[in-house]
Design a protein around this ligand. Structure first.
Ligand code: TLP
Length: 364
């Protein structure tokens, strides 16, 4: 059931729109707190220890957002003028304002992602700089799992291991943007720890499919986390009685991970239904998690037009490019909602009035 304030709305814009569960609100109200900059917030400490264990890492640090998690991670691996290799579809490259460059002087070397979200490891290896005074020093490889902009694609264990092995053979570090690592682990039926076994750092979000109101966690070895904690401070991300929000994060990682399988099943159903609608292009086989990207084949229907038509029917959705749209499944979208969405999309597409302006468009 939709749980929005203004009547019945199905919000497919993102899984970031999820609101905290009742259990989270209770845990937040009851949270034991202290000053986390003194290391004295017991709830933050517990969340960090739990996430470190779930990711198979020595330590972890609680941060405000996925963007901050990625930023403090790359700042902890690279100095000014150092280079990181990452996908041109990576959220770090596309949608974080170039913060690594703006704030850290880190030079990005981008490689086009393969359609399955991976980076071709031969291309990655070829991108590693040689020891030459003209060139920056390569320090880091970044992967994203699930890979949002490639369609929420799931990078498998063997690939993650191979990327880690390459990084380490060449003296580099591997960072994983695991904003939706939980979805990847559920889709693969492996533990999150196994999936990032070869990663030197991982950033995971609590506030997307897991529905916590705020927060991400960065994990790695103790020395990396010490540096990440310092970098969190310099970007203004150290918080005081943060146990109030960490408490919701604990509920998120204990109660909200397994149910992501429902979102994946709903995403598949949505994709299969969309594939039947004239004017929409999607291959349901490529839908592996909770993100459903599709294209509008017919020039007469624009993403803004479809979004506007759906908005009139109580459905919110974002464009993801000039002919591409993204629908995101999460715990506030039920199987019945998916059927409603399919009926509404069919109706708007059949009406064929598609160039309406004024819809919310988010290319993030
Ligand atoms: N992604 C948001 C938008 O920015 C696009 C979304 O709605 O998907 N890594 C990945 C892979 C992400 O998808 C996001 C958010 C982030 C990092 C940043 O997380 P926040 O929004 O917490 O800073």
């Amino acid at each position: 059931m939709g749980m929005q304030k203004n009547g019945y709305t199905i919000d497919l814009r993102s899984d970031t729109v999820t609101e905290p569960t009742e259990a989270m609100r209770r845990a937040m109200a009851a949270a034991e707190v202290g000053d986390d900059v003194y290391g004295e917030d017991p709830t933050v400490n517990r969340l960090e220890a739990m996430v470190a264990e779930m990711l198979g890492k020595e330590a972890a640090v609680f941060v405000a957002s996925g963007t901050m998690g990625n930023l403090v991670s790359v700042l902890s691996h690279c100095g000014r003028g150092d280079e990181m290799i990452l996908g041109s579809a990576a959220h770090i490259f596309r949608s974080e304002q170039g913060g690594a460059a703006a704030l850290g002087g880190i030079h990005p070397f981008t490689i086009a992602n393969e359609p399955d979200g991976t980076l071709d490891l031969a291309q990655v290896e070829a991108a590693i700089r040689v020891d030459d005074e003209h060139q920056p020093i390569t320090r880091l490889i970044c992967l994203e799992n699930t890979q949002n902009f490639c369609g929420g694609r799931v990078l498998p264990v063997a690939y993650m291991d191979a990327a880690g092995a390459l990084a380490h053979r060449r003296g580099l570090k591997l960072h994983v943007d695991g904003a939706r690592l939980w979805n990847a682990a559920v889709a693969l039926n492996v533990s999150p720890a196994r999936l990032v076994q070869e990663a030197d750092s991982v950033s995971v979000c609590l506030s997307k499919g897991l529905a916590a109101p705020v927060g991400s966690v960065v994990a790695g070895d103790a020395e990396f986390v010490r540096r990440a904690r310092r970098n969190r401070k310099v970007v203004g991300g150290s918080m005081r009685q943060a146990g109030v929000i960490a408490a919701a994060g604990i509920v998120a990682i204990t109660e909200m991970v397994e149910r992501l399988a429902d979102d994946h099943a709903n995403a598949k159903r949505l994709a299969e239904g969309l594939a039947q609608i004239p004017g929409i292009e999607i291959d349901p086989a490529t839908v592996e998690s909770n993100l459903v990207f599709f294209r509008l084949a017919d020039e007469a229907m624009t993403p803004a037009g479809l979004a506007a038509g759906l908005r009139e029917r109580g459905i919110l959705i974002n464009a993801s490019g000039s002919r591409r749209m993204r629908a995101v499944l999460h715990y506030q979208v039920t199987r019945e909602d998916v059927e409603r969405v399919l009926e509404a999309v069919s109706a708007v597409m059949a009406a064929g009035v598609g160039s309406a302006a004024g819809a919310v468009v988010n290319y993030g």
